[in-house]
Design a protein around this ligand. Structure first.
Ligand SMILES: [Zn+2]
Length: 214
């Protein structure tokens, strides 16, 4: 596996960044127990570079993205300047984006978006229990597509839910579900596939998770 780091217009930081990127890659590799041939990471320094990479005006919280098999991420040296994230979150964000790359290469499904984001959050262990989460839950149907996710995303909720699925039913089952999902499954076809793999309805399992929330 080869990690390729690019710094447009800057020559600093490759030496320090390489071992960090290797470590982030290893976390994803261990989760899926699979390799990627290469990982291309473009390290950015200005918000306008990120906007150009994704093709739209990005919000302040967005610090990394995966597109066309490449990752763009802000250098940790500018994290606090260009976003509301702390510098110490860099490793989580890079692992999150590398996990997106693995998901894209290993599976065909592109929705539910909440499932993709949940898995990308679980690998770097980004989950945290937000005590107010229970009162702010969003229906999973309203986070099913990319467009809905941009409007209604709840990262805490989906990290916690995916963590619950793995803890309660095992990682293998989750990987089987992801392997069975079609590229653009509707919400109903997702429910059907979920039921087939888990032997219980999504609704029942979601209720079990809600009941356990603090
Ligand atoms: Zn993501």
């Amino acid at each position: 596996m080869q990690i390729k780091l690019t710094f447009p217009g800057q020559r600093i930081g490759v030496r320090e960044m390489e071992p960090v990127a290797e470590e982030c890659y290893k976390r994803s590799k261990d989760f899926f127990d699979k390799h990627l041939d290469s990982v291309e990471i473009i390290v950015l320094f200005r918000r306008s570079q990120m906007d150009r990479f994704v093709g739209f005006k990005t919000p302040e919280w967005l610090v990394g993205a995966e597109k066309g098999g490449k990752i763009a991420i802000f250098s940790p040296s500018v994290f606090e300047k260009v976003s509301n994230h702390k510098k110490s979150e860099f490793v989580f964000v890079l692992t999150h984006e590398i996990t997106h790359l693995f998901l894209r290469k290993l599976f065909v499904f592109k929705q539910p978006t909440w499932l993709i984001e949940g898995v990308a959050g679980i690998v770097p262990k980004q989950r945290s229990i937000n005590p107010q989460m229970k009162s702010k839950l969003i229906s999973f149907e309203r986070m099913h597509t990319d467009r809905l996710w941009m409007k209604n995303h709840n990262y805490h909720q989906v990290f916690t839910f995916v963590a619950y699925l793995i803890k309660t039913f095992g990682k293998k089952k989750l990987l089987s579900l992801m392997g069975e999902l079609e590229e653009l499954n509707s919400y109903n076809s997702f429910l059907h596939t979920f039921n087939t793999i888990y032997g219980q309805s999504f609704e029942e399992i979601e209720k079990g998770w809600r009941d356990k929330l603090p």
